[in-house]
Design a protein around this ligand. Structure first.
Ligand code: FAD
Ligand code: SF4
Ligand code: SF4
Length: 496
């Protein structure tokens, strides 16, 4: 991957665009496919590994319009099938090619409340961009139309031009809805239900709203001001926000209905319970769950040395266990918190890694080392209970397992050591258990996920659920999609 500056990329795009724009409607498919896929300008890896500013800098107007010209406006639009919320992709992309950014963002917002977020964090390469005709014709998914980057461009354009108004709210209905948690599923429910004129209160356990978008995904991938703006919009619509409020502890879920008069409830409490490996040494000082590490860094701003209430002491050498987005985030945060070396240990190969390809590439560019087909057997410590290293085993790939990925098979007698002073366990999260523990009437499956019907209805009348608490650890866009479905059902329930 080249490291051209934003100015260079813009100048190249300008040149192309000047030649193509006058005949944009007459461009033949072959000519469109000959336009180079626009590279995302990014901070230099050597600089960004020590700062928390956003890594991907966003397209210039010229790059966005040129990228939009690559779209073939396919009649069957396979890209739409790949988007969980079915955004009219050819239409919004065409509006960018026409230079009508407001129209473009309006089209996206019919289906998605958070385009600036999804444009940044959606796993586009396995969703909307995977079936793109351009990528297929060029036999390279990286050469598909960069739908996510275009979505980000217009969403940022709208924010920077402050051209949006607070969405209209219908006259008050006198009905009250409680929304528990403030992640993407809950924010969508709050907006869609409030628009119908119902009073909405969000109850959030942390002191700041936004869910994983605030406490999990780091600033350098998703600037917090973007999420905050969405929350400010909800507040301007009249949504009440109660933080430091743990439903199940501060108040029982059913009490919100029977004692506090809420007519309906949405549960969007996410999957924030970290999984551990259950190996020797996981209680040593210097072993973190990725959740704790990222929450301290993002929410408690542990990187503000001297100011943070819960700082994380810089480590010399950090080992991260896992291969998903959470592992990549933890590794890259560790680097930014001052670690000398960061190593990711993953028991399969890079092909099976669940992390987004772009995140793995960014991590490598920043100097993070990958140890593939390896896993921790135990964590070792000194006489003070502090981590000194991990004992690892080597693996090879066997037959595919239930997930369709090839199963890692341990190589007997392959033990070896990696010396380190911190270990971050990033092997996944389970659903938050508090509400189910304190609400026996709520049906959950064997993984503890709340069971809902196709409209997000739970086993308790008037109580709906969606997002990671239903799906298990999933994605922002899937959580939003479930929020939209549940909001529609809540509005119908209240109208009835
Ligand atoms: P969440 O975002 O989990 O929010 C739930 C909220 O509920 C939290 O704020 C929590 O404090 C609150 N809560 C919990 N229990 C209670 C209670 N009892 N009372 C009150 N409040 C409560 N997805 C992507 O699409 N792309 C990515 O790149 C990506 N990267 C990720 C990186 C990390 C580090 C993590 C952890 C996840 C990532 N995800 C990513 C997944 C994505 O963030 C989640 O799927 C999504 O946020 C789920 O949304 P949600 O609305 O279900 O809940
Ligand atoms: Fe693609 Fe996500 Fe946007 Fe849908 S919401 S078009 S999947 S980036
Ligand atoms: Fe455009 Fe690709 Fe969608 Fe076709 S599949 S309409 S080329 S984005």
């Amino acid at each position: 991957m080249s490291h051209k500056s934003a100015e260079q990329l813009n100048a190249e795009a300008r040149k192309h665009l000047d030649a193509l724009l006058p005949r944009k409607d007459a461009l033949k498919p072959k000519e469109r496919m000959a336009i180079p896929a626009q590279e995302m300008p990014a901070q230099d890896p050597a600089e960004r590994r020590r700062n928390v500013s956003e890594v991907a800098l966003g397209y210039s107007q010229e790059q966005a319009r040129l990228e939009a010209l690559r779209c073939l406006q396919c009649k069957n639009a396979p890209c739409i099938e790949g988007c969980p919320v079915r955004i009219d992709i050819p239409a919004f992309v065409k509006a960018i090619a026409d230079g009508d950014y407001q129209k473009s963002v309006d089209i996206i917002k019919r289906n998605s409340l958070l385009p600036a977020v999804c444009g940044r964090v959606c796993p586009q390469e396995v969703q909307c961009q995977a079936p793109c005709t351009v990528g297929k014709a060029l036999k390279d998914v990286d050469k598909a139309v960069n739908i996510g980057r275009l979505e980000r461009y217009v969403a940022d354009w709208e924010r920077e031009n402050q051209s949006f108004d607070v969405p209209a709210v219908k006259p008050e209905t006198g009905k009250k809805v409680a929304v528990i948690g403030s992640g993407p599923a809950s924010l969508v429910v709050a907006a869609d239900v409030r628009r119908e004129g119902h009073a909405v209160t969000i109850f959030e356990a942390f002191h700041k709203p936004g869910g994983v978008m605030i406490y999990g995904i780091p600033e350098f991938r998703l600037p917090k001001k973007i999420v905050q703006m969405e929350i400010d919009t909800l507040a301007a619509m009249g949504v009440e926000l109660r933080t430091n409020y743990v439903v199940g502890r501060t108040r029982k879920l059913t009490d919100l209905m029977t004692k506090d008069g809420y007519h309906a409830i949405f549960v969007g409490t996410g999957a924030g319970l970290p999984k551990f490996m259950n190996i020797e040494g996981e209680n040593l000082i210097g072993v973190f769950s990725a959740n704790e590490y990222l929450t301290r860094a993002n929410l408690m701003k542990a990187y503000e040395v001297g100011k943070a209430d819960t700082p994380i002491m810089p480590s010399r050498k950090v080992v991260v266990l896992g291969g998903g987005n959470v592992a990549m985030d933890a590794a890259r945060v560790a680097l930014r918190l001052g670690a000398g070396e960061v190593h990711v240990v993953y028991r399969r190969t890079e092909v099976e890694m669940p992390a987004r390809v772009e995140e793995v590439r960014h991590a490598k560019e920043e100097g993070i080392e990958f140890h593939l087909l390896q896993n921790a057997k135990r964590i070792l410590g000194d006489e003070y209970g502090r981590v000194t290293g991990i004992e690892c085993l080597r693996y090879e790939l066997g037959e595919p397992d239930a997930s369709g990925r090839r199963r890692p098979v341990e190589l007997k007698g392959s033990e070896f050591m990696i010396e380190c002073d911190a270990v971050i366990v990033a092997i996944g999260n389970d659903s938050n258990p508090l509400i189910k523990q304190t609400t026996p009437e709520l049906n959950v499956n064997k993984w503890g996920h709340i069971i809902v019907d196709e409209n997000g209805r739970t086993s308790i009348p008037g109580v709906y659920a969606g997002g990671d608490i239903v799906l298990g650890a999933a994605t922002v866009i899937l959580a939003m999609g479930q929020g939209r479905t549940a909001a529609k059902a809540i509005n119908e329930y209240l109208a009835g």
